[in-house]
Ligand binder design. Structure first.
Ligand code: EPU
Length: 417
């Protein structure tokens, strides 16, 4: 993407459905032989990758329109999720719980390394073992069997895991007896997945708190479900508006899903006004005040907005620190923004950022989804031309980003080399 920076973003951006709910909602369709219709599904490459994997195992994935899918898994072709799918997208691990719950077996490639950190799946496996699954790792594959079915258990997660909680929710919903997940993730996407499972006939309570109770049922039925708005997409455009000194209306954004984030932006001197159908973000002429941030599981400051926020702090009036507590290697955007004139030093998991008056355009390279959009924001702020390469990362999480930015007056152009 070629970006000529310096223009404040002004206008309205419509926030799409949440990628990190659409993915587990799609795999929930494995649990049932009836149709699961999902609406407000974002058009993203990750959704395409998961559709391919689900089709490979025998699920029928139909597009009703651009943002609606109907999935039905009457029977399976295979219980194996091969490496080629899983390496493209770690969230493929979300087929493990549903396959095991409905079909009693699953073979899923172990996700490999990841640009943002090692990201184990040991807690997914440990919980499934507590539920009676026999699990072995062979040739890079997780082989899981539950010939007599899964049974309920108490599982305390030593660290909060989003997809871990989701995988076990989907396994436990069809298990015999009651499962209690302690220190469960409370992210809005986890809550919405539990809502979907309940709509399918599941008996889940406590979702949204750190203890989820799942009373297993014998079978589930079809459902129609709307994906909630993507809070990370919304937060990203909020930062872009704040950083460029503009004003945008984030249509569909749910303020309550981003409380810690909007409280931080308010400390930075950015106006965030909740409306019935969205949130208005405005920064006019005022300096960006520094504020220290620590990423944390929900309801804390989201790790998925850390890279974008670091860019905002790079032009603040003072010094701020940003501590990344979730992933070990999520500062890959920093060497790139240093090349654009930012003043940042990294000390372990903390980045200390002293604001500069201006960033300057430069060729930069994206390393992951959130780093790539952070570099786009840096380009929108910078003086002169920035070229962000390896932009394919951005298509995993931001539908139509160039059109959305263009509609708010940004000078951006996408091209292939
Ligand atoms: N962890 C373990 N063992 C496990 C599971 C997790 O050690 O078995 C550790 C991880 O290594 C990490 C921490 O626990 O240090 C939290 O990881 P979590 O499992 O919560 O992350 P995830 O479920 O793999 C989801 C999102 C990520 C988001 C994180 C944190 C999806 C598909 N992915 O990942 O989204 O950053 O939660 O909120 O929901 C993104 O959208 O850009 C993205 C990376």
């Amino acid at each position: 993407m070629r970006i000529v920076g310096g223009t404040p973003l002004n206008g309205e951006i419509s926030i799409g459905g949440a990628k990190n709910l659409a993915l587990p909602a799609m795999t929930a369709s494995i649990l049932v032989d009836e149709d699961i219709k999902l609406t407000n599904v974002p058009l993203l490459s990750d959704i395409g990758s998961l559709s391919e994997l689900l089709t490979h195992i025998g699920c029928d994935v139909r597009c009703n329109d651009e943002h609606s899918l109907t999935l039905s898994t009457k029977s399976l072709k295979t219980v194996e999720a091969p490496y080629d799918f899983v390496r493209k997208m770690r969230a493929s691990i979300l087929v493990l719980g549903p396959l095991l719950a409905r079909f009693g077996k699953a073979v899923v490639s172990l996700p490999g390394g990841c640009s943002i950190g090692p990201r184990g799946v040991d807690l997914h496996l440990r919980a499934l073992e507590h539920m009676g699954a026999i699990i072995s790792i062979e040739n890079g594959y997780i082989k899981a069997n539950a010939p007599k079915g899964l049974h309920g258990c108490d599982m305390t997660f030593p660290v909060t895991t989003v997809t871990g909680t989701e995988n076990i929710l989907m396994a436990a919903v069809l298990a015999k007896g009651t499962t209690r997940l302690i220190n469960a993730a409370t992210e809005p996407e986890v809550v919405a997945l539990a809502d979907l499972l309940n709509q399918m006939g599941g008996r889940i309570s406590g979702h949204g708190t750190s203890m989820i109770i799942i009373d297993g049922v014998d079978s589930l039925h079809g459902a129609e479900f709307e994906i909630i708005p993507d809070r990370i997409e919304a937060g990203t455009y909020a930062i872009a508006a704040a950083a460029t000194g503009g004003e945008i209306f984030l249509k569909n954004c749910k303020c309550k899903h981003l409380t810690a984030f909007f409280e931080t932006l308010a400390l930075n001197g950015v106006e965030c006004e909740e409306k019935i159908d969205g949130v208005r973000i405005r920064r006019r002429n005022a300096e960006i005040k520094p504020s220290d941030v620590q990423t944390a599981p929900y309801p804390g400051f989201p790790t998925d907005l850390q890279a974008q926020y670091t860019v905002l702090m790079s032009i603040c009036d003072g010094t701020a620190s940003v501590t990344e507590n979730i992933f070990e290697n999520r500062f890959m955007h920093i060497p790139e923004i240093l090349r654009m004139g930012a003043n940042v030093s990294v000390h372990g998991k903390t980045a200390v950022i002293t604001g500069v008056n201006k960033l300057k355009g430069a060729p930069v390279m994206a390393t992951d989804l959130r780093a790539s959009v952070a570099l786009v924001i840096a380009g929108l702020v910078a003086e002169g031309e920035t070229i962000v390469s390896r932009l394919y990362h951005i298509d995993r999480g931001y539908e139509g980003i160039e059109q959305k930015l263009l509609s708010c007056g940004a000078n951006v152009e996408r091209f292939s080399v």
